[in-house]
Design a binder for this molecule. Structure first.
Ligand code: ZN
Ligand code: ZN
Length: 740
């Protein structure tokens, strides 16, 4: 007996091993085995078994089988094979994505420091300012233990300060397991009394019927923002549960969707597992086990939750299906969790619901082709009305006021003032983080750049540093001189969230302002804390990037302001209009979800723009019509399949010549295939690597299931891939969501 074994390496080759007598009975396709590979022993997966073998030489034999490891279910094994084929990824890597090795190791929980206030002590006059800040925060939590690492925002080494406080007898320190229950990470959701309206009942009935039939049933749930989708999900999951089946709910980012998670937790308690990147290794392993042995029948989580090892799956929900976080950009396999969900539901023969207020064009088009059932919720829940939208032309505003670079227009300022007086809440969106995206030398005009990425560094006022938003490089301002003239006079151009925050604080000194973006939310618990405070009415104005534009459901928000709606519109990417529309439409949807009617103020320099226009009128019909026409004219998805082949390397000439050499040798070109490039990527240098790309478009007219494109790429690139020498690299992106 012989086995073909795939190893978790980035090669498409599988390796043949002989099977020793004592293992013959225990090996199956999908078994995890230990094999010799070079001088090492590595873990691999059996992809096929055979009686005969044509290899003439001496074969090495399998050392052992890991029989503690459960073999993937037939269905998941099929899914692994599909991922490997569709995303052109070695099966070992695809397997490791579905069932990471790390899940099966027993990790002991990590111990971390917790601190709590010791009551009865009042003398702390001699505290340093930082000690004082931290002590006040500990005292505020009264006698509850809180994580010391929470004070990293105040001091880079908070444990030292806490130890000093402990010496003074003010606090008590304790090491505890980091792992905490879901209760601590999730959001206290408001209890709701649910009365479904007619439209909602109709949707629920259709989905319940499909679930009971137990067939593959793909559905698009197109519900306006605030239409009560979460409650519908809960209702249909109850049906799945009654049938003894399992459900997977995908949500984009766990911290921002913590409201939804909290609501599920309220209803399903311990039968539900949360699956997200913030889980520790031991939590992850335990959760995986609970799902695998059927203790947990409901999983709610980010994209990798689609691989939950559930048996007897009855339902998959992809909430906010248009969200780009469902696509894994790196490492390989570069899968899209929504598309994997569709495939998994086909394999498992279950119901799948793609849900969004702004479905992606691909999904919308699939519904038009009648591939999906279309379910619609056209009314907001309760009596909530759609918000009133006002567009402010910043060019006009500049002319009238004589001011340039307006951040808050007169109208927006007036509306914010009114909300502060009326005790209502405001959401402000500026989709760019930091303080100043571009910093120039005031003396010679040189821009402060990241040399590794050929990109301007963004100035961050918090931390007083320059950051590269591409590679993460940080340089402290007091060390930074102009690279040309050594001046230290800089001018700060452009507007990031920190600049907006500063201006808002100055303009409304009594308002309580909080900011959420990737800088403020290094971990999800701090984001959840801010959101909780916002819900409790302790924050008046919440400001942030696109992170806060989606999912939030706070009835007291009656004003949403979009500081600059045009950001992102002029990026050379065929999806930039779609993203801009979704951002504006979703952000607008946060306003007026309660009893009071909401308002939205959109600020723009491009009032005539079709996308801004359709978004400001909340006109979906115009938007889909215009966008589909555009995409059709330009042969972009959903009218074609697109792949992006990325070439990377440290030497610009070598990367370029590799890409053009491969381009010139392309074979098997077919009718309906368009080839663009090689051309430098929009971000032409990242982390000291030069980047070129070739875009392949395969028209669906000629290639209905993308098999032609796949076989073209396999033929041309898998072979070439083996020829690459030196430090150049090729990445294959199937259905990329970004072209830059
Ligand atoms: Zn200079
Ligand atoms: Zn950089």
């Amino acid at each position: 007996m012989f086995a073909e074994v795939s190893l978790p390496i980035s090669s498409f080759q599988t390796f043949t091993y002989s099977i020793p007598e004592n293992l013959k009975k225990s090996l199956l396709v999908g078994s995890r085995v230990k094999v010799p590979f070079g001088a090492r022993k590595v873990s691999g997966i059996i992809v096929s078994l055979a009686k005969k073998n044509s290899f003439a030489g001496n074969l090495k034999s399998i050392i052992d089988v890991d029989d503690k490891m459960p073999v993937l279910s037939n269905e998941l094994w099929k899914l692994v094979n599909w991922i490997s084929h569709y995303y052109i990824t070695p099966i070992g890597l695809a397997y490791n994505t579905v069932l990471p090795f790390s899940l099966l190791i027993n990790h002991s929980p990590r111990q971390v420091w917790f601190v709590r206030h010791l009551a009865g002590h009042k003398t702390y006059e001699e505290l340093s300012p930082k000690q004082n800040l931290i002590f006040e925060a500990i005292r505020e939590a009264s006698s509850k233990y809180i994580k010391v690492s929470r004070f990293k925002v105040i001091s880079s080494n908070p444990i030292l300060i806490c130890k000093a406080l402990e010496k003074k007898g003010l606090v008590e320190l304790k090491k505890r397991n980091q792992d905490k229950g879901i209760e601590e990470t999730s959001f206290k959701s408001l209890k709701k009394n649910i009365f479904f309206n007619e439209e909602q009942l109709k949707v629920i009935n259709i989905l319940k019927t499909a679930i009971k039939l137990g067939i593959h049933s793909p559905n698009l749930l197109h519900g306006v923002t605030g239409s009560g989708k979460t409650e519908i999900f809960i209702e249909i999951i109850k049906t799945v549960k009654k049938l003894g089946k399992c459900s997977i709910v995908l949500i984009p980012e766990i911290s921002l969707t913590s409201q939804i998670a909290g609501r599920f937790k309220q209803v399903f308690g311990d039968e539900m597992a949360l699956w997200h990147s913030q889980l520790s290794k031991s939590q992850r392993a335990k959760t995986w086990k609970d799902i695998n042995d059927g203790t947990c029948k409901i999983v709610i989580g980010a994209r990798s939750a689609i691989f939950s090892p559930m048996k007897n799956l009855g339902l998959i929900i992809v909430d906010e299906e248009h969200d780009s976080s469902y696509k894994q950009d790196s490492p390989s396999p570069r899968y899209h969790a929504r598309d994997v969900a569709i495939m998994r539901s086909k394999i498992e023969k279950c119901t799948v619901v793609l849900s969004s207020a702004t479905p992606s064009l691909e999904t919308f088009y699939n519904y038009k082709l009648k591939k999906y059932n279309y379910l619609t919720l056209s009314k907001r829940y309760g009596d909530a009305l759609y918000p009133k939208v006002r567009v402010v032309d910043l060019i006009d505003e500049s002319k009238e006021t004589g001011k340039y670079n307006i951040i808050i227009s007169g109208l927006l300022q007036e509306k914010i003032e009114k909300r502060l007086i009326d005790n209502e809440q405001v959401l402000l969106i500026q989709n760019r983080r930091g303080f100043s995206p571009t910093v120039k030398c005031s003396d010679c005009g040189t821009v402060v750049m990241c040399l590794a990425c050929k990109t301007p560094l963004t100035f961050h006022k918090y931390g007083n540093n320059f950051k590269c938003h591409i590679c993460g490089f940080i340089s402290f301002k007091n060390l930074e001189n102009c690279s040309e003239c050594f001046s230290q006079n800089f001018s700060y151009m452009g507007t990031g969230t920190q600049k907006v925050e500063e201006l808002i604080q100055k303009t409304f000194p009594n308002a309580r302002v909080a900011r959420i973006d990737h800088d403020s939310s290094k971990n999800s618990s701090s984001t959840i804390k801010v959101l909780q405070e916002f819900q409790d009415g302790e924050i008046d104005i919440l400001l942030g990037t696109q992170m806060i534009a989606k999912g939030l459901d706070f009835p007291e928000i009656t004003l949403v302001g979009i500081i600059n709606a045009d950001l992102g519109l002029h990026i050379p990417d065929f999806r930039s209009s779609e993203r801009t529309f979704q951002l504006i439409y979703q952000a607008a949807g946060r306003s007026g979800r309660g009893k009071k009617r909401g308002e939205v103020v959109i600020q723009t320099y491009d009032k005539e723009n079709l996308v801004i226009n359709a978004a400001s009128k909340l006109n979906l019909k115009d938007y889909y019509n215009n966008m589909l026409t555009d995409r059709n004219t330009l042969n972009y998805p959903p009218y074609s399949w697109v792949s992006k082949i990325e070439f990377l390397g440290p030497n610009v000439k070598s990367v370029f010549s590799l890409s053009s050499r491969i381009r010139n040798k392309f074979f098997g070109i077919y009718k309906g295939l368009e080839i663009l490039g090689p051309a430098p990527c929009f971000k032409e240098k990242v982390n000291n690597k030069y980047r070129f790309q070739i875009i392949l478009k395969s028209l669906k007219k000629y290639d209905s299931n993308s098999e032609k494109l796949h076989s073209f790429i396999s033929k041309n690139f898998i072979e070439h891939k083996n020829q690459i020498t030196g430090s150049n690299k090729i990445n294959i992106h199937i259905d990329p969501i970004s072209m830059i």
